[in-house]
Design a protein around this ligand. Structure first.
Ligand SMILES: Nc1ncnc2c1ncn2[C@@H]1O[C@H](COP(=O)(O)OP(=O)(O)OP(=O)(O)O)[C@@H](O)[C@H]1O
Ligand SMILES: [Mg+2]
Length: 469
C-alpha cells in the first residue's frame, strides 16, 4: 500500500517537475527569439539588395556590425542552403541542413529552433545554440536566408539547474508525503488491528477479552459496540453455564434420595410392609418430580430455540381463566384456601389456549403455594383499552424487592427449603414469562413481604375484538 503511494506520488511529482521546467524554457526561448526575429527581419530587408547586387564589402560591413549588436553569429545562405557569408568567415561554402532554413525556404512561418551542437554543426563552442531564420526577398523572389545563431548554453544550463533543483524538491516532498501517509495509515489501522486481534481471541473461546477503545470517531464507536456485544455474549455464556449447573443439581437431588430409598429397600429385606410401601411411594414421588423438571426444561429449551410454534387461534381468555380456577379449586380446598374471581366474560386474545391456561395455572398455583392455610387468592380478568389484563393477588408470604428482580430467572427460588417441600423447582415463572412474551404480552409483579403479591399479565386483545370496539 505504502509502495503504491510512493510510486503514485513520486511519478506525478517528477512529471510535474518536467512539465513545469518545459513550460518555463519554452517561455524563455519564445521571449528571446521573438526579439531576435524582429531585428532579423528588419536586417534581412536591408541585406537583401546588397546580396542581390553582390556588394560583398557593404554586406560584410553591415553583417559584421549587426552581429555585434545582436549578440550572435549572422550567416547568409543561398536558396540551396549553402553558406554564402559567415560573420566569423569559418563556414563559407558549407551546406547547413537546418530545419529552420528548409522551413523558411519553403515558406513556413516557424523559423527558429534550439540545437545541440555536433561535429556536423560546428556553429559555436558551447553545447546549445538557438537558430532564427528570416527569408531575404529580392525583386525576383526569395534570394536566400539570413540566419542568426545565438549561444544559449547559459540558458540551457540554468534551466537544467532549475530542473534538477525542482526534481530534488519534489522528491523530498514525495518522501514527506509518503512518511505522512505511512504515519496516518498506521494511526488509523492500529486500533483496527487491535480489534481484530481481540476478535480472534474471542473466536478461540476467550469471552473475557475486550477491545481497547482507541482511535477516533467511527473506529472508537466500533470498538465500543464490539465490547457491548462481547459483554452480552459473556453474560449469555455465564447464564447458560449457570443454567446447566442448576439443572444438573436439580436432577441430581431426586436421584440421590431415590438411591438411598432404594438401597434401604434392597438391603433390608425384613423391612416392615408399611415402611416399604412408604419408601416406594416416596420413590414414585421423586420420579414424578424428575418428570416434572425434565418436562419443564424441555419446554424452556424448545422456546429458547424458537422451536415452539404457537398456534394462532382466537381464544376466549375468560373461559381459559375460569377453567384454570376450577382446576385448582380442589388443591385450594385441601388447605382451606379459597379462590375468588372477577372475570369479565367474552374477552378474547390471539394465541394458544393450552399455553394461556398454563400461564393462569402457574400463577394461581404459586399464589396458593406461597400463602398460608385458609388464606384467600383473588383472580381478575378485565379489558383495559386494547389490552386484556389478568391479575392474581394473594395475601401470602410476599417477595422482597431484591428477590422480585430474580424470580423470573430459571431455578430461582426465594426460600429453597420451603419450595422444595412444596415441590417447586423455580422454573414455573420463567416458563410463564416466555409464554407471555410469545403472546406479545407483559408480566409484572408487585409485592410486599408478609402482606402478599400481585402478578399482572397484559395481553393484546384479539383482532376481532379490537376491530369490533
Ligand atoms: N405468589 C407468590 N408469593 C410469594 N413468592 C412467590 C410467589 N410466586 C413465586 N414466588 C417465589 O418465586 C420463586 C419462583 O417461582 P416459580 O414459580 O418460578 O418456581 P416454583 O414455584 O418454586 O417452582 P415451579 O413453579 O417450577 O414448580 C418461588 O420459589 C417463590 O419463592
Ligand atoms: Mg411456581
Amino acid at each position: 500500500m505504502s509502495l503504491i503511494f510512493l510510486l503514485i506520488i513520486g511519478i506525478s511529482f517528477v512529471f510535474v517537475a518536467y512539465r513545469l521546467t518545459g513550460y518555463v524554457s519554452d517561455y524563455l526561448y519564445e521571449q528571446r527569439i521573438r526579439q531576435d526575429s524582429i531585428s532579423l527581419e528588419r536586417l534581412a530587408t536591408t541585406v537583401a539588395p546588397l546580396f542581390q547586387s553582390a556588394k560583398g564589402d557593404a554586406l560584410t560591413e553591415t553583417l559584421s556590425s549587426a552581429s555585434g549588436e545582436m549578440g550572435g553569429r549572422l550567416l547568409v545562405l543561398d536558396t540551396d542552403g549553402k553558406i554564402q557569408f559567415d560573420a566569423f568567415t569559418a563556414l563559407m561554402g558549407t551546406r547547413l541542413p537546418l530545419p529552420e532554413v528548409i522551413d523558411v525556404l519553403s515558406g513556413s512561418p516557424k523559423a527558429w529552433g534550439i540545437h545541440r551542437l555536433t561535429q556536423e554543426l560546428p556553429l559555436s563552442s558551447s553545447g546549445y545554440v538557438a537558430c532564427s531564420a528570416s527569408p531575404m526577398i529580392g525583386t525576383q523572389g526569395t534570394l536566400g536566408v539570413l540566419l542568426l545563431v545565438s549561444d544559449v548554453g547559459d540558458l540551457i544550463e540554468s534551466l537544467e539547474t532549475v530542473q534538477r533543483e525542482l526534481t530534488v524538491i519534489f522528491a523530498v516532498a514525495a518522501l514527506g508525503a509518503l512518511l505522512a501517509a505511512i504515519f496516518f495509515s498506521h494511526v488509523l489501522t492500529r486500533p483496527i488491528s487491535a480489534l481484530s486481534r481481540t476478535m480472534a481471541r474471542m473466536g478461540e473461546g476467550d469471552l473475557t477479552v475486550r477491545a481497547p477503545v482507541a482511535g477516533s470517531g467511527e473506529i472508537q464507536k466500533l470498538a465500543e459496540s464490539y465490547n457491548i456485544m462481547a459483554e452480552q455474549l459473556e453474560s449469555l455464556d455465564q447464564s447458560r453455564n449457570q443454567f446447566v449447573s442448576n439443572a444438573s443439581h436439580e436432577l441430581k437431588t431426586p436421584m440421590t434420595s431415590m438411591k438411598i430409598l432404594l438401597e434401604s429397600v434392597i438391603y433390608q429385606p425384613d423391612m416392615p410392609e408399611e415402611l416399604r410401601t412408604e419408601f416406594l411411594t416416596d420413590i414414585n414421588h421423586e420420579i414424578d418430580r424428575l418428570t416434572h423438571i425434565v418436562t419443564d426444561l424441555l419446554e424452556l429449551t424448545r422456546m429458547d430455540n424458537g422451536q415452539l410454534q404457537l398456534s394462532n387461534e382466537t381464544v376466549d381468555l375468560s373461559e381459559v381463566v375460569s377453567e384454570a380456577i376450577r382446576l385448582l379449586e380442589g388443591t385450594a380446598a385441601t388447605r382451606a384456601q379459597s379462590i375468588s374471581s372477577l372475570v369479565t366474560p367474552g374477552i378474547t386474545v390471539q394465541g394458544e389456549a393450552a399455553k394461556l391456561k398454563q400461564i393462569a395455572t402457574n400463577l394461581i398455583d404459586n399464589a396458593l403455594k406461597y400463602s398460608a392455610d385458609g388464606q384467600k387468592v383473588e383472580v381478575t380478568l378485565s379489558r383495559q383499552g386494547k389490552q386484556a389484563v389478568f391479575t392474581v393477588r394473594d395475601e401470602g408470604v410476599g417477595i422482597s424487592a431484591d428477590d422480585q428482580k430474580h424470580i423470573f430467572e430459571r431455578f430461582y427460588r426465594v426460600d429453597k427449603a420451603r419450595s422444595r417441600e412444596t415441590g417447586g423447582t423455580g422454573l414455573g415463572l420463567s416458563i410463564v414469562r416466555q409464554l407471555v412474551t410469545l403472546h406479545s404480552g407483559t408480566i409484572t409483579v408487585d409485592s410486599t413481604p408478609g402482606k402478599g403479591s400481585v402478578f399482572t399479565v397484559t395481553l393484546p386483545l384479539s383482532e376481532k375484538e379490537v376491530s369490533k370496539a
